[in-house]
Each structure stands twice: as structure tokens, then as C-alpha cells.
Design a protein around this ligand. Sequence first.
Ligand code: C2O
Ligand code: CU
Ligand code: CU
Length: 503
Amino acid sequence: MRVVPLLVVVTLAACAPGADGAGHGGTSSSSGAATGSSSSSSSSSSGSAVAPPQLPALLHTTVAQDVNPDPQVVEVDLVASVVEHAFADGRLTQAYAYNGLIPGPTLQLQRGQRLLVHFTNQLPEPTTIHWHGLRIPDTMDGTPMTQTPVPPGGSFTYDFTPPDAGNFWYHPHYNTPQQMERGLMGAVVVHEDPAVAFDAERIIFTDDVRLEADGSLAPFQQSGMDVMHGRGGNVLLLNGAEAPRAPVTVTRGTQERWRVFNGANARTMSLSVAGATFAVFGTDGGPLPRPRVRARLSVAAGERYDVLVYFDGAPGSTAALLSHVLVLDGNGNVVEEERVLQEFQVATAPDAPLRDIVLPSSAEVTLPPEGPPDRTLVISGYNDGTVHFTINGRSFPDEEAWETTQGTTAQVRIDNQLGMEHPFHFHGQFFRVLAPAARVRSDPGVKDTVLVAGGETVTVLVDFSNPGHWMYHCHILEHAEAGMGAHVTVHPDGSGHAPGTGH
Ligand code: C2O
Ligand code: CU
Ligand code: CU
């Protein structure tokens, strides 16, 4: 398989005002391997009114090649197959990959462009592709509820036009705990129009994987702790490889956009950046009204964040992306430990002024007061020798009916009666956290996945803008597999307005 460098060395100087993303074509790889951001490496075309949109270079993942010359269409081939992959140095794992890559190629497009994905399944089992967070027609949503799984050797063309700019991702929705643990996931980046020019953009795909000493994946368990808490890995990954890798050199004063994903089966990532300033400016469904400087960023399975990282450390200093993990100490107590995901060496800046970057932003919204819930989802479970998770007493596919109408909003109260946390996800729709107030402050913005802590009750205001049959479930994949999921039918309101127009 192809080796993808984890991070490339950034050799750019601070861009002059007005420079566009093509100015970052000077990035070079520390290992000398091609970085393959094929669709973004053409030369600058600023000044021409008819030029196709210039997409920013995305560092350190491979961008899928757009084979369609039509500027309105991005057309890519995606093949899922069995590969030998080096999750950890010196060990090869029999894994699953899209186009031989883990994570799969980043699909990037401009808002308004149509995406055509010709998918071929070369796995020994059926699969589907789900487009997490994209408010597209349910026939393209890739759950076995709306699509016959693609058999081994089969193919399917996904065809849709994403209505929202932001960070989305794709992954299977069939035998999901195993297929995702084996490596099937990738980013979908829908750029704002016009694209905002940062000094660099990086895909930060966090994950973990559980490996045996010989590099093989630990056996999948259908019971016990793995179902209770989800499968936790023993190797922390950044963009498909064990962290940390070789340090990256960045120029002092560089302002980068990090698009942060969590593709783990279960683990909530607790991240921080030491030696640099970072601010969150976007969540699952797009930008916040204002950026928020954070000390820690918790990214639950399924969530995404847009982060501005400003390398303001002294020349010669080191900055690092850290993951804070819980481990058992020698006395059997749970303690927090700090792991380096990636180090950055801050180099002297050439004499260039700090650029003013106008971050993407959204209008302030006033949330309605919390009222009696339109729907309550009580999360519980039981163990009859097998662990079952329930929503309102029932386990998927024995689910409770829920029907609503496009264009309505609903206050949905998620009442977690269990001791463990659940990153709760709605397909095809966005929501905002409405209560409790502390969660509104810590989790602002438009979301499709929200972490509900053990024993916590979180109320979300769901905007049912997208008609169809939509799953909602816990994104701890083992919980969903053990019944913590259901679906809602959103009837068209007849107005025919497209999703996304309500924002
Ligand atoms: Cu990432 Cu059913 O979702
Ligand atoms: Cu989803
Ligand atoms: Cu859960």
C-alpha cells in the first residue's frame, strides 16, 4: 500500500495579504513522498473571474483526485479493500482502507458543487458509506435502512450536493464497529465560498486502535466491557498512524486552520495545544459567531471542530498537540496522562507582518427558552447475559415510532440514566444544545453529535429541515450495535425548500 506521510514540513513564509491558498504549494514532505493534494496544487489564478474556485491545500492527508473537468462537479472513485497497514511502526496490520489509505482520501469541494462518488466494494463483506453530518437526501445516507448494502464485488454511485460548508466525514454504516476499527473513515471538507486563506490547513483525524503485539487487530468481543464502554484502543493514532511522528517545523506567527475529527469507536479525545494559542471557531455544522480561546478541547466520537492555531511561541521553542488520556496508575487509580500527538518546532519568521485572517463566522442566534420537551429519549440498558442498550425501553431494531414534519423544530430531551457517556448523533439534521446552561456555554454552535455525560440530561433543539428516514444513535459504535439507536421519519412539508435554507 501507499505510505502517507503523517505531517508535511511547512516551509511557507507568512503569506502576503491577498495571497490565496495556492501560495501554500511550497509545502514539502519530510520523507520525500508525494503528498498528493492533487486537486489543489494548480497555480494561482487570482484576478480571473472565470477561473474555477481555488481550494486551499490540505496538509497531511491525501486529497481524492477530481476526475471531472466540470467546475460544478467533483467526481471521485472510492474503493474499499483489505490492506496491510502500518498503524504502529514496525508492525503491519491487516486492515480495511478506502483507496489504500487510512484515513481514506479527503474529499474536498466548494459549497454548491455536486459530489459524485463511484464506490466499489472489494471487501469480503457487504458495506455502505454514510456521509456523517451532510444534510443530503436519505437515499444517499448509506444506512441499511435506506440502501441495500453493497455486496462484495458490487458498486454504487453516491450522488449529492452538500448544502453546508464545514467538516464532515464518511464511514461505513454496516458492521460498523468492526469496519471502522479496521480503518474505514475519511474527511469530507466543504469549503466556504470564497475560501478563507489560512497560512496552512491541516486535517487532524484522531483515532485509536487495539492491536496485539504482532500488529494484528485484537479480537472483536460481542460482550462484556467492550460493549459496556465501547472498544478502546491501546494505540493512539493521528491520521492513521501511531502518534507521535517526527516533529514538524512551523514558522513563528503562522496561523493554521485545523479541521479536527474523532473516528474512534468510543474514546472521547481530550486535546490541548501547548506552546501555541488555539481557538475554536466552528463545530459540526459550521462556524461560531465568535472564536473561543480554549485550554482544552473535548472531541467525542463523531464530533468535529474547526480550530485556529496561532504559533506565537519564541523562535526555537516547541509546540505540541497533546491528547490527555485516562490510565490506571500502579495503585489501580485512574489518573490523567498527557500524550504527544504531534510536535511542532517554531522557527524564526522572515520579516513579514501578521496577516489579518477574517475567520468564517455565523450570526448570533437567540435560543428559545427550554419548554416541555417535544420528545424525551430515555437512555438505559439491561444485561440478560448479553448487554442491551435501550431508548425509551426498546432496542434497535425494535424501535419506537417517531414522525415529524419538515420545517419544524423539536426540543428533544436526552435523559441518560446510565453511568457512562454517550455521544448522541442525529443523521441528516442539525441541532443546538438548549439545556443545561453550562452545556450551552461549553458546546455552542450547530451540531449533529453531542456528548451526554453519565447521568446527565441534555436538551437539544433539532431543526428538522431535511425530509426522509433518519437514524439517530449513540456514536459509541458498540452501543449502537447493542441497540442504542432508532429512526425518525421527517415528512416533506410540501414547500419543496432545500435543507440548509433555514440557517
Ligand atoms: Cu457517523 Cu450513523 O453515523
Ligand atoms: Cu451520521
Ligand atoms: Cu452510548
